[in-house]
Ligand binder design. Structure first.
Ligand code: ADE
Length: 240
């Protein structure tokens, strides 16, 4: 997969070259190119923003600069354009899975009060444009949201995780939160690992894990249980 990110703070994205995704980039499973938006400015001050029409606080990112950047970067094809904004549709694991099937994603990071809407309206004449929020809180800019999304998508790409079963058991892949995990020692600070996990009874372990996931989801995210399809719960689940 090819990923391009356009931002006025390119170094902000450096952490994507660490750890799992860094290795995926080195192995050629993924490319991440980060572009400085100021490359496409035309004035000595390299201005990327201006005051909003209609008044109000903050600044809006200028359409000419973004338009030139996207024209140049998209000259060879049409990526899916993702624009992080708190005013977007919520990012979910289902969207991460959908993005992981794309060949080319481009992220346009806004700062200040956002990007002139015509940039996105114009781009949408040629490509799919998604305005996406990573949660109901306001960040300083889109960069950290892009890191979040690239990480969520990158780990789903074939070959990136050592064990592909890891993401089949993720929280959200069956619509439930994952239950607790334990490793050695058997007792630590008077706290023992639940007996069933040391029983060797795989049927009982699977059942216990499922019950833990149900309890945790009920306590922490009841709206996820309510959203499950009708056939998602079996009779043992319902008894629990
Ligand atoms: N930019 C600022 N806040 C954001 C959020 N919650 N999600 C995506 N982009 C953002």
């Amino acid at each position: 997969m090819r990923i391009d990110v356009v931002t006025i703070f390119p170094e902000y994205l450096d952490p994507l070259r660490q750890a799992l995704l860094g290795r995926a980039i080195e192995r050629g499973l993924l490319s991440v190119d980060v572009h400085d938006l100021r490359r496409w400015t035309h004035d000595v001050h390299k201005a990327v923003d201006d005051s909003p029409y209609g008044g109000g606080p903050g600044m809006v990112m200028k359409p000419q600069v973004w338009g030139d950047a996207l024209d140049e970067l998209c000259a060879g094809g049409t990526p899916r354009l993702v624009v992080p904004t708190p005013a977007g549709r919520p990012f979910t694991q289902a969207m991460a899975r959908e993005y992981a099937r794309e060949d080319w994603l481009m992220f346009a990071c806004g700062r200040y009060e956002g990007i002139d809407q015509r940039v996105l309206d114009d781009a949408a004449r040629r490509m799919t444009v998604d305005e996406v929020s990573i949660g109901d809180y306001v960040l300083v800019g889109g960069e950290v949201a892009v890191m979040t999304m690239v990480e969520a998508v990158g780990r789903l790409l074939p070959g990136v995780l050592g064990n592909p079963a890891s993401h089949e058991q993720d929280s959200f892949s069956d619509g439930l939160l994952e239950g607790p995990s334990y490793t050695r020692p058997e007792v630590w600070r008077d706290l023992a690992v639940p007996d069933v996990l040391r029983s060797g009874n795989h049927g009982a372990i699977t059942r216990w894990r499922r019950d833990q996931a149900l309890t945790r989801t009920f306590e922490r995210r009841p709206e996820l249980l309510a959203a499950l399809p009708e056939d998602a719960l079996d009779k043992h689940d319902l008894a629990h």
